[in-house]
Design a protein around this ligand. Structure first.
Ligand SMILES: NC(=O)c1ccc[n+]([C@@H]2O[C@H](COP(=O)([O-])OP(=O)(O)OC[C@H]3O[C@@H](n4cnc5c(N)ncnc54)[C@H](OP(=O)(O)O)[C@@H]3O)[C@@H](O)[C@H]2O)c1
Length: 195
């Protein structure tokens, strides 16, 4: 379960390997870990990549960083690439290992609690309302679909919404070449990660 992630960096931050930090946290790191674990996976193994509906906010070229950095824009970009790479892995493993992506939906977790209006400038005028809604979002409920995917075989190469249903990806994201490029980009970046 690649659960690590979030829109944690209010200001653009670069890792010591030279990767934008939100990309490293949500996409490069989890894919590097998954790659490293591949030799240990058996036909009964399941990979669950936790993404977010925010991926839909990144329009245009998936490999182009947002024109203006905000935490939410960087997060959307990273989750889009993470989703694409996950679909590539599912095809590469061809059903021998189950690989799916899931949006857990909103949850009042430490990562969300740490957000400030600066992370999502478009919401700054309605921030008290946003916080009231976020506070009511149960982490237990958000964990249900990711947990189900980890525990029960349920197809492969799918994107699940928080309500537990598999969703068809937009046409622009179903291109196998695009998906493979997202996997290869992360694989190349993994070689730069220092211990
Ligand atoms: N919460 C939501 O509303 C929501 C909505 C859609 C998708 N998601 C996704 O669901 C997953 C879990 O989110 P969450 O809200 O539970 O996030 P979270 O409270 O921030 O925790 C996620 C995990 O990521 C780790 N983490 C966060 N920032 C890190 C950093 N800079 N370096 C290393 N580890 C870091 C945390 O480690 P520590 O415990 O050590 O801090 C924690 O184990 C994420 O992939 C997130 O993008 C969440």
């Amino acid at each position: 379960m690649n659960n690590v992630g979030g829109g944690a960096f209010a200001q653009r931050t670069v890792t010591r390997e030279g990767h934008e930090a939100t990309l490293a946290l949500n996409y490069l790191g989890p894919i590097a870990l998954t790659r490293a674990l591949l030799p240990l996976l058996s036909p009964r193994s399941r990979v669950v990549q936790v993404v977010s509906s925010a991926f839909g906010m990144h329009r245009g070229d998936p490999f182009a960083a947002p024109a203006r950095y905000t935490a939410v824009a960087a997060y959307a970009h990273a989750k889009l690439l993470s989703l694409l790479a996950t679909m590539s892995l599912a095809r590469q493993l061809d059903g021998t290992v189950t690989v799916n992506a899931v949006n857990p939906g909103m949850a009042w977790t430490p990562g969300v609690q740490a957000l400030t209006p600066r992370a999502v400038p478009a919401w700054r005028w309605i921030w008290p309302l946003v916080r009231a809604v976020q506070r009511r979002a149960s982490p237990e409920k958000a964990a249900r679909t990711p947990t189900r995917l980890a525990l029960t075989p349920d197809g492969t190469g799918r994107f699940y919404e928080s309500n537990g249903t598999a969703q068809t990806l937009p046409d622009r994201l179903r291109d196998p070449h695009l998906q493979d490029r997202a996997w290869q980009y992360a694989a190349a970046a993994a070689t730069t990660i220092k211990e």
